[in-house]
Write a protein that binds this ligand. Structure first.
Ligand SMILES: [Zn+2]
Length: 209
């Protein structure tokens, strides 16, 4: 293994900080959600199953390999494979955030079909590689399931179509997004949440259901 103890401690600190931020925004209720950061080409640090994300300590962060196999004694989250399969898919992904926010649940219920489509918003430029509002961005929506290996496979198949993708929704469950580092993953998550708020408010104002 190439990462050092110091690398793990820095990743854990970054995950603990992000937990505080996202918990305060109300996006990680009731010990839900999970966050991870890549350590090297073969391992990542990830939150342990079922801990209060607003009060994480270093004992709540564990190491898994990119097949989701624990390298430390703690119990991994059931959704660990959704993180590790993304790191294995794209070596430029450095951090992944998954929350159970209210808005991601609502949008995933209200969108008909298997995608949430966004068009024309200035804030689309928050997504890495987008330089103009004159673009269309799709976030795929997958049905919720407890069969995580199957869901990881569906996500991988979507990503391999080559359609640009900055995240995805799981219906009545939450949202996944990622970035080259934790700061970029947070920027993507903030943009997604803001855009969900815009779309939901528009639906309320128009009376659309
Ligand atoms: Zn979840």
């Amino acid at each position: 293994m190439a990462y050092s103890r110091r690398d793990f401690e820095q990743a854990a600190e970054s995950i603990i900080n992000i937990g505080k931020i996202l918990y305060q925004r109300g996006w990680t209720p009731a010990t839900s959600s999970n966050f991870s950061q890549r350590l090297d080409e073969g391992y990542c640090a990830i939150t342990v199953s079922g801990r209060d994300k607003g009060n994480l300590t270093i004992a709540d962060i564990m190491v898994v390999d990119l097949e989701g196999i624990p390298q430390t004694p703690q119990k991994p989250s059931a959704e660990t494979l959704l993180h590790t399969s993304l790191y294995a898919w794209n070596s430029s992904i450095g951090a992944i955030l998954h929350t159970h926010s209210l808005n991601s649940n609502l949008i995933s219920c209200l969108c008909r079909g298997n995608r949430w489509r966004l068009q024309g918003y200035e804030l689309l430029k928050a997504f890495a590689g987008i330089n103009t509002h004159e673009t269309v961005v799709d976030f795929p929506i997958f049905d919720n399931t407890q069969d995580i290996p199957q869901l990881a496979k569906q996500v991988r198949e979507y990503l391999e179509t080559g359609i640009p993708c900055w995240g995805y929704l799981i219906r009545k469950h939450g949202v996944y997004t990622w970035g080259r580092d934790m700061a970029e993953a947070l920027r993507h998550l903030e943009a997604i949440e803001y855009l969900m708020e815009c779309e939901l408010e528009l639906m309320r104002l128009k009376g659309v259901t």
